[in-house]
Design a protein around this ligand. Sequence first.
Ligand code: GLA
Length: 325
Amino acid sequence: MKMQRRAFTLAALATPFALQAAEPVKVGFLVKQAEEPWFQDEWKFAEQAAKDKGFTLVKIGIPNGEKTLAAIDNLAAQKAVGLVICAPDVKLGVAINRAAKRHKLKVMSVDDQLVDGAGKPIADIPHMGISGYEIGKQVGAGLLAEIKARGWKLEEVGVLRVAYDQLPTGRERTMGAADALKAAGMPAANIIDAPQAKTDTESAFNAANIAFTKNAKFKKWVAFGLNDEAALGAVRAGEGRGIKADAMLAIGIGGSQTALNEFTKPTPTGFFGTVLISPKRHGYETATMVFEWATQGKQPPAVTLTSGVLMTRQNQADIRKQMGL
Ligand code: GLA
C-alpha cells in the first residue's frame, strides 16, 4: 500500500515536468508601430531567430501605454520568459520595468531606449539601437554631397528638419544632420523645424506643409527626419506645392520598403536616399539575446549601437545585398 502510494505521488509529480519540457519557450516582441515596414522587418528577422534557436516569438503591436502594459500581462499569462520592446513612449520605461520585474520577465529595448522619470536611460534594461547622432551626420553628409553635385548655393536652400524631439533618438538623428550642414556653412536661419505629432508619413506631411507655407521664400529644399516616413512626408508635401524632384532633396533613415518603393518608381522623386540601418541585427540579435538571457543566464551587453550606410536609387541593390537583406 505504502509503496503504491509513493509510486503514484512520483508519477503525479513527474507529469507536469514532462509537459513543461515539451512546451516551447516564448519570447515577446512588442513594437509601437506594427504597420511600419521597419517594424515588419524586425519581426521577420526575430522570427528567423526563433526558428534557428528553437523558441516561439509572440508579436504584439503596442500603439499606446495601456496596450503596452496589457501586452506584458498577456505575455506573463502565456508563460513567456522575456520580451524585446520598442515602446510608444520612452517615458513608459519605469512602468514597463516594474511590470516585467513583477512577472519575472527579462526585458530588453530596441530602437528607442527607455528612460526614467528624469529622462535618464534605465540602466538595467539592455538596449540595442542606432547611434543616432552619427547616423544623422551621415544624412547631412549625403545631402551636402548632392547639394554640391547639383550646384546649389547653401544660402538659397531651405532645410526642413521634420522633428520629433520628445524621442531622444529622433532628436539626436535630426540634430546630427543639421549640425553637419551647419558645419559646412549652411546658415542656421535656413534650418526650419517642422514638428510632427507622430512618427508616420501623414504626420510628417502635415508638419512639412505648414513649414513650406510659412517659408515660401525658399525655392529649393533639403529635408530629413528621424526615419524614412518623415523624409517621405516632406517629399509628398513638396510635390503638392510644386517643389518637385529638381528642387527637393530628402534623405531618410531606415531603408525598408518605404524607401524601396520610392527607388523603384520609374521617375526619381525628391526622395534621394536613405541611411540603411539593420532591421536584421535589431530583430534577430535582440530576440536571441533575450532568449539566451532567460534560458542560459547570458546577460546582454548594456548598450549595443549599430551603424548605417547611405543608400540611393543607384546603389540600392548592391548595398542591400552586402547587408544580407
Ligand atoms: C525609431 C523610429 C523608427 C525606426 C527605428 C530604428 O523607433 O520611430 O521609425 O527608425 O527608430 O531604430
